[in-house]
Each structure stands twice: as structure tokens, then as C-alpha cells.
Design a protein around this ligand. Structure first.
Ligand code: NAG
Length: 368
């Protein structure tokens, strides 16, 4: 008996490296928020512009210890979070979207519709680990005004340059979202593999049922501890395909793959502009009319044991992470955890310039 058991254990150890994941799982983190708003909005970005007003405005979700600087495990001590997982005090942020009046060129902020963050646990030979507290991740290129190679996503560094951002435009009747034959220099690029999505702003009113215009950003999931928590230029990479498994470089830590979906209440402006198949009135808060500069930021404020239990035991799919079988610390059903803005956006409904005085750039800048 003893001998058989020993043999059995030895066989298991040899056949199955216990570290990896053989099946893909995912779960969607949801937030409680005041209608139309992120937890805080304004010119704040503790990763790119620590200690100072950032160049453009962002919308931020998550833990209340967000501020102009975020260091180490500061977020873990937040008094509250609007994440529906109480032990997730992380911050998640993106550049906001503004509407430019085609009549007079002034701008109005487009209200948030809602935001959610997919936590993907990809198939890998690696052990997937919780984020270390204070890990800073940036995805997308804030300065980008030129088109990517295609309208598709490209998340594998072994296949060429990373293309981790898109817009998705749910629409009734499935019309073309981008100008026909666009080369990306005067309008966005349709995703050849997904008609609803593409690179840059679409040129139609996105009128999907309860699904307006959406920012989509994938974040890299390989962390290089040698680079460190704060070194956002080089501390993260996307995993590469290794015979059907997504593996990180040796010595790196494989963390969850985050995907932000941020819906904006663009239908509210539908009566104010007329789609002509070429132009569109929305602009990112950095003045980018193309949308190519879409980006997203993350700082981890996760309690490690809570996230580990979710990585190992939660596969709710599109269902909320708040329905995972094990949520250490409990679920947050109502705390909206509004955070005071240190550099708030103007309160005027219509403004002549974008916060931070960012000039318009990209397709059609200068005319309206
Ligand atoms: C500019 O146009 C918008 C509609 O596009 C309107 O609501 C706003 O009042 C106008 N502002 C001025 C100063 O005319």
C-alpha cells in the first residue's frame, strides 16, 4: 500500500507541474459608483506625474488612499473602496472623454456610464500570483497620434508591436463603425476580426442597447521584480505564446491579466451631432481626436490572500467577482467611496479648453 502511494505521488509530480494553469478562468470586477461619475476625476496621475497635477484629466476608481503620490502599500490602508471586493483597495484609471460641440467648438465632459475590470487567469505554465501591493502598471501610449498597424488587438510580444487598446462601439443594425478603406490617418481602423471594435474613435453614434461607446484596455501580466514596483517603463510585459500557453520570461512573476471596459454615456449627445461617415465629435482628455492615445493605469491595493483565493477558486465568467465562492473580507454592495479630487475638472458645463489646456491633435484638429 505504502509503496503504491509513494509511486502514485511520484508520478503526479513528474506528469503535472502543479504550478501552471491548464484551463482559462475569468471573473469581472464591478464597482459601486455615483451615477455618471468615477470615484474621483481630475488632473491626477500618481504614476506618470507623481506629486504634481497631471497634464490631462483622468477618471479613477478604487481605494480612498489615491492621491498625487501613491507609494508602497499605501492603498492597503484606504478607509474605503468602491470595488465590490472590500479587500481590493487598488486604483484603476483612464483618460476621460469630452464632447466637442460641432456648433461652437466648446467642450463638455462625457459622463461615465459604467466601468468594469475583467480579471483573466490565462492558461500558462507559470504560477499565477497576486499583485504585490504598490505594483504600478501602465498600458497604452499617451503620446500616440499615429495609427497602429491594424485595428486588431495584438497582445503577444513575440508577434510584433503590442496593440492593447481599442474602442468598442455596440450598435443596432451592425453598421460600419469606421470610414470605409480608412488607412488610419484621417479616421480610425476597423478590427478585421471584430466588426464592433477598432483602433481610434468610431464615426457613428454607438447605440447598442445599454451599451454605448467603450474604451477597452488590456494590461500586461508579467512583472519583473528586478525592475521594481514603481518602474512603469520596464517593470511589465505581456506574456508570449508557448505552445498554447501564455508564459512570462524566466524570473518574472505572472500576475492576473486585467482588461478594463469603460462605457461612456455618449447617446446623451446623439441629437447634437450628425454622423457623416468621416468625422466624430469625441476627444480624449489629452486633446487627442484620434483615440490612439487611449491608455490605462493601475496601482495594486489588493490583500494578497484575498486575490490568491480568487485566482485559485473563481471562474464566474461575465458574472461579477462579487459572486466568487470565496471572497475573503466580504463583498461591498453599496459603498461608493467618493474620493475628493486634488485637481478637479472645471464645474462649468461647457468649457472653452480641455482641463490642462491640451490643444486638439489628430484628424481634423483645428476645424469643427
Ligand atoms: C455651444 O453649443 C452647445 C451645443 O452643441 C450648446 O449647448 C452651448 O450652449 C453652446 N455654447 C455657446 C457659448 O454658444
Amino acid at each position: 500500500m505504502m509503496k503504491i502511494l509513494t509511486l502514485y505521488l511520484a508520478t503526479c509530480a513528474a506528469a503535472a507541474p502543479l504550478a501552471g494553469r491548464a484551463t482559462r478562468a475569468f471573473s469581472v470586477l464591478r464597482f459601486n459608483n455615483v451615477a455618471d461619475k468615477f470615484s474621483t476625476e481630475g488632473r491626477m496621475d500618481p504614476i506618470i506625474s507623481p506629486g504634481a497635477a497631471s497634464a490631462h484629466s483622468h477618471g479613477v476608481m478604487g481605494g480612498s488612499n489615491f492621491g498625487l503620490t501613491v507609494q508602497g502599500d499605501q492603498l492597503l490602508h484606504s478607509k474605503c473602496t468602491n470595488s465590490m471586493i472590500k479587500n481590493d483597495k487598488s486604483n484603476y484609471w483612464v483618460p476621460g472623454i469630452w464632447y466637442q460641440s460641432p456648433r461652437n467648438g466648446t467642450f463638455k465632459k462625457v459622463p461615465l456610464f459604467y466601468m468594469q475590470v475583467y480579471y483573466f487567469f490565462d492558461i500558462t505554465n507559470d504560477k499565477v500570483e497576486p499583485f504585490p501591493p504598490g505594483l504600478k502598471i501602465v498600458s497604452g501610449e499617451a503620446g500616440k497620434r499615429t495609427p497602429p498597424a491594424t485595428g486588431s488587438l495584438q497582445l503577444d510580444p513575440s508577434m510584433g508591436p503590442i496593440q492593447a487598446v481599442q474602442f468598442t462601439c455596440p450598435a443596432q443594425g451592425d453598421p460600419d463603425r469606421y470610414p470605409k478603406g480608412s488607412d488610419g490617418t484621417r479616421g480610425g481602423l476597423a478590427d478585421p476580426t471584430n466588426r464592433g471594435a477598432g483602433a481610434g474613435f468610431p464615426v457613428i453614434n454607438c447605440d447598442g442597447y445599454a451599451s454605448p461607446l467603450r474604451q477597452d484596455v488590456h494590461l500586461p501580466s508579467c512583472y519583473n521584480p528586478a525592475a521594481g514596483l514603481d518602474n512603469h517603463h520596464s517593470n511589465m510585459a505581456f506574456p508570449s505564446d508557448n505552445h498554447g500557453k501564455l508564459d512570462c520570461p524566466a524570473g518574472w512573476v505572472h500576475v492576473p491579466h486585467l482588461f478594463y471596459e469603460v462605457y461612456y454615456d455618449t447617446p446623451r449627445f446623439a441629437a447634437d451631432w450628425r454622423p457623416d461617415g468621416r468625422n466624430q465629435p469625441f476627444v480624449l482628455s489629452d486633446g487627442d481626436r484620434t483615440g490612439y492615445s487611449l491608455h490605462a493605469d493601475f496601482v495594486s491595493g489588493w490583500d494578497a490572500d484575498t486575490l490568491r483565493a480568487i485566482i485559485n477558486g473563481c471562474d464566474t465568467g461575465s458574472g461579477g467577482m462579487d459572486t466568487c465562492p470565496t471572497v475573503i473580507g466580504g463583498v461591498n454592495r453599496d459603498d461608493k467611496c467618493v474620493i475628493d479630487s486634488v485637481v478637479p475638472d472645471p464645474t462649468d458645463e461647457w468649457v472653452n479648453v480641455l482641463p490642462g489646456n491640451n490643444p486638439l491633435q489628430g484628424w481634423g484638429a483645428g476645424g469643427y
